[in-house]
Design a protein around this ligand. Sequence first.
Ligand code: S3P
Length: 418
Amino acid sequence: MNISARKSFQGAFKIPGDKSVTHRAIMFNAAAEGEATVTNALLGEDCLSTIRCMRALGADIRLSENTVCIRGASEFQNADCDCGNSGTTIRLLMGLVSGKNVRVTLTGDGSLSSRPMERVAAPLRLLGADIRTTNGKAPVEVYPAALTGAVIDTKVASAQVKSAILLAGLNAAGETRVREPLKSRDHTERMLSAMGADLRVEGNEVIIRPGKLHCVDVDVPADISSAAYFMALGALGGETLCKNVGVNPTRTGILKVFDQMNVRYVLENEHSVCGEPVADIRVFKSEISPVHLTKEIMPALIDEILVIAVLCAFAKGESLIEGAEELRVKESDRIATTAEMLNALGGECIPRTDGFLIRGKGTLCGGKVNSYGDHRIAMSGAVALTASQDGGEILDADCVAISFPDFYTLLNKGGISC
Ligand code: S3P
């Protein structure tokens, strides 16, 4: 995919629905009693994987445009579930099916099959789950087992790990407590509560008791992780407006980073939709400053670090990103692939065990970016090329369909007037 350099970039953009919220709205309703409609759903490849798996387990799911109609399956059936590229699908399902008295095999593509699954399987075993990984990875086999609640301290701040334990807790006798080292995104807690779960939150600890879920309609806000590319383009090239973006405080680390990098933005039309805070985000062309990020902020912006690294390359001076070792186990080794991307475009990015050092030169020349099939590398690379001097090419560009199928169309067409 060729990406042209542009001197200015502006407009209002309709950003697709939040991936984390769409996964949960489909998966939890498909496991609940009753019927529900999910509107403004993201029907990218990852969420289609969740739909495929929930159908295999017995739910009735119908799609039209961005609307998903679901009739929940009160009991699951034995199934082979292909989770594609989706970490959220496989990890949440490990928890959801482990107390459901079914035998389920969970598989994924090459990238997913190289990612760690013991971080979920090990705590689930503490609840009594009979769950077997393949050398710590997928395929994962789940067998029928009776679960009992426990207190679990997670080693990593991961919403996927926390959510899997909470979902297992719905089918475990007594109380299950999950404590995280840092608070990860809380869409699961919000949605399970809305669906009638007996759940309470005390700081970084979530306590759940067993019970049935009841279907609820969900209107999905736009995904701040997808908006981030157009927000960055506003800061680099003009003025952009992304409408109805989810601004759940466990997801808005990028706005705190914008404050530190002197990126000018405003939130407009702040309101709440289905228990999630939402706003329009307007970003203005800015003199970007370098930044120093440490591990405390990582859970709130982990998927945005790549495009933040692009902004660092356009700042003048040295930026340091530390405490981001989780990037090594995403869809690609994002420390290696981000550094390769920036260096291929004429930047200077030195990978470190837990992040990067970026020597920003105020500009990038352009060139070729290998996405390695990682959707967020492809989109961050496209932002970098759009703001670069000469533009260039993204290799293996189609992977954006994982989370943002219309990304290139929106990038090429530009926004409507804002
Ligand atoms: C997600 C959680 C995060 C994030 C991923 C989506 C989720 O992963 O990177 O894209 O929907 O729960 P971790 O839980 O591994 O941090």
